[in-house]
Design a protein around this ligand. Structure first.
Ligand SMILES: [Zn+2]
Ligand SMILES: [Zn+2]
Length: 243
């Protein structure tokens, strides 16, 4: 994907009404991956080999695949059954090996976690590319693209933390400018949600009509999307700290 396309996609997501433009982009990448997988990759020998090596998808992506495969407009679950048979055959071989020798590496091989799941790997590569471009924009002096992000609804807290870590780790001296901008964008949007929640709670009183209550009902879901991020969100970087 060339840089202009990456920027245009970020711009479109930042100008949307969503609480986190990275969550929106991840949702789109994930949906496209799942559709392509079910239509094409499921029969592709290289992809088949990859899925056998990872021992399937992670829990979240397996169920998302299953839901997509059972939609009327989608091909049936035949492809998933073929994958599962190959994975199960590989697991049977793993068990044979476990009978002879057991170690932590062999046990790790049995479960497809987010470090091995092909869908997670695909998603994280694209997401990191978008995140790095966002940091680049926020470190730049390009007023037009800076305005797009400054006026956006910002990021969910998990993505905000990932972006901060990427900016702190960037070699560029301008990355501190990005850190400052990120915090300002986030604070402004958290304040917006805080006011919306105050309004939401106030309107629950009996003196307001059903229509007035409905007008503020989005605040609850919006604030949840801001705090928790999209369903199934994965950290972009390893945030585990010792001690
Ligand atoms: Zn997000
Ligand atoms: Zn996954």
């Amino acid at each position: 994907m060339n840089q202009d396309t990456v920027y245009l996609k970020i711009k479109r997501a930042a100008e949307s009404d969503k609480e986190c433009c990275l969550c929106l982009l991840e949702d789109e990448i994930e949906r496209r991956y799942i559709d392509t997988y079910l239509l094409e990759l499921v029969m592709d020998p290289t992809s088949r080999q990859k899925i056998i090596e990872s021992r399937g998808f992670c829990n979240d992506h397996y169920y998302k695949m299953l839901i997509a495969a059972t939609k009327p407009e989608s091909p049936d679950g035949h492809g998933i059954a073929l994958i599962n048979r190959s994975v199960i055959d590989a697991l049977i071989q793993d068990l044979q090996k476990l009978k002879r020798n057991r170690n932590a590496d062999q046990l790790y091989k049995l479960v497809a976690d987010e470090n091995k799941c092909p869908a997670c790997i695909h998603l994280s590569e694209f997401s990191k590319m978008y995140a790095e471009e966002i940091i680049k924009i926020l470190s730049s002096n390009n007023e037009e693209s800076l305005a797009v992000l400054n006026e956006s609804k910002g990021f969910c807290v998990p993505h905000f933390v990932s972006l901060l870590c990427i900016a702190e780790g960037a070699a560029s001296t301008d990355s501190q400018k990005a850190v400052k901008a990120l915090i300002e964008i986030e604070e402004k949007n958290l304040r917006r949600l805080s006011s919306q929640l105050i309004e939401y709670v106030r309107k629950q009183s009996y003196e307001f009509s059903e229509k007035e209550r409905k007008a503020v009902s989005g605040a609850m879901l919006r604030s949840l999307e801001k705090i928790a991020g999209r369903r199934g969100i994965k950290p972009l970087i390893d945030r585990k700290r010792k001690g």
